[in-house]
Design a protein around this ligand. Structure first.
Ligand code: FAD
Length: 338
């Protein structure tokens, strides 16, 4: 049954551990709860914010409205030719879903192991890691339109996926609650170990013919060694996107900084490593008040304890200014600022 609480601290609901309050808070476990939510006058009278695990948000102030936390569970799979179609409830923990796929030998999401958050948030910014993006395995999703109470299916083409982008972060922002996501996974895996340190980690382990379980375990190991665990030190992963620039802009940068870390993109542009740019500006492991950058990865901003969202935000603005004046590149925040 739908229960709307009042004046709730959001500290347990965001991985930065920022202590702000919401006027109203409701947790949704089923489509029946969604229907009740739609008919509730608070939903209609207040502004709404949807959250899953709160691992890609930075609260800079109290939320003056209704926070809707999505906890709809359930995983089902069915064969579809050479593919397996797996549908997971939006409130499933992303890594639990990945573990389910790895255990059943459904291939495609093993490189996305250990990304925090929920299944329902995965299409929002088209999550990605180690050479794989959500869009590579996305089949469709069901979403509840807050204004009309109707459920709509979004297919791949409807979602306009881009680098850490989708229609849900753009023109439809805040309008739909994703209730479930369907993925197409392969029963005959194509292992993808070419990105980052996966190959080296597998070699270290003496694994010559990796299974998807080996890849998942290697990715998890690398992530734990590089990234702070939000349960002990508040953070939201990469705070900024890796900037994508034109080749002529890159030529000007590489002339001054020959060792600039960069990757070609499929559309003939150049992606720069934001973490490297920030590190060059002297920010790796920097502590400023209660915030700072992570000692092993300058791209991750952390809450050393008691930081306010404004403090973290102002620190991120300082980093943007510094990178702009050193490299002429404007960093864009990946984390949703609220
Ligand atoms: C340590 C760490 C490492 C990370 N590594 C990665 C990484 O490698 N790659 C990567 O892409 N991301 C990474 N992230 C970011 C984060 O894990 C992802 O963005 C994740 O998808 C967020 O899920 P969430 O459930 O916590 O979303 P939330 O933070 O709760 O919400 C994020 C956005 O999605 C919206 N939203 C959430 N659920 C729904 C829903 N059901 N329907 C509609 N809108 C919804 C929210 O309104 C918000 O705008 C990392 C974060 C941390 C803390």
């Amino acid at each position: 049954m739908l229960h709307i609480q009042e004046n709730i601290s959001l500290k347990p609901y965001n991985s930065f551990g920022i202590d702000v309050k919401a006027n109203y808070f409701a947790e949704i476990f089923s489509e029946a709860d969604l229907a009740a939510l739609y008919h509730n006058e608070i939903t209609q009278a207040q502004k709404n914010l949807i959250i899953g695990g709160g691992s890609n948000v930075l609260f800079t102030q109290d939320y003056n409205g209704l926070v809707i936390k999505i906890s709809i569970k359930g995983i089902e799979s069915r064969a579809d030719g050479k593919n397996i179609l797996v549908t997971a409830g939006a409130g499933e923990i992303w890594n639990d879903f990945v573990s389910y796929c790895v255990e059943n030998n459904y291939a495609g999401v093993e490189n996305l192991s250990l990304i925090p958050g929920t299944v329902g948030a995965s299409p929002i910014q088209n999550i990605g890691a180690y050479g794989v993006e959500l869009k590579d395995v996305f089949e469709s999703c069901s979403a509840f339109e807050i204004k009309t109470g109707k459920i709509k299916t979004f297919n791949f083409n409807d979602c306009h996926f881009g680098y850490r982008e989708s229609v849900f972060k753009g023109e439809l922002k805040g309008q739909y609650i994703i209730t479930s996501v369907t993925f197409h996974l392969a029963s005959e895996p194509q292992i993808n170990t070419s990105y980052g340190a996966i190959e080296a980690e597998l070699q270290n382990r003496g694994v010559e013919t990796p299974t998807i379980a080996d890849v998942s375990s290697a990715v998890a190991h690398i992530r734990v060694s590089k990234l702070p665990d939000p349960s002990t030190i508040g953070n939201a992963g990469s705070f900024f996107k890796n900037p994508v620039i034109e080749k002529y802009e890159f030529a000007a940068i590489v002339a001054k900084h020959p060792d600039v870390v960069h990757y070609p993109t499929a559309d003939d542009k150049i992606k720069l490593a934001a973490g490297w740019l920030i590190e060059q500006c002297g920010y790796k492991g920097k502590i400023e008040g209660n915030t700072g950058t992570w000692k092993n990865q300058a791209l991750v901003l952390v809450n050393h304890g008691g930081a306010t969202g404004t403090e973290v935000y102002n620190f991120s603005a300082q980093i943007i200014d510094s990178v702009k004046s050193t490299f002429g590149v404007t960093l864009e925040r990946e984390v949703n600022i609220l």
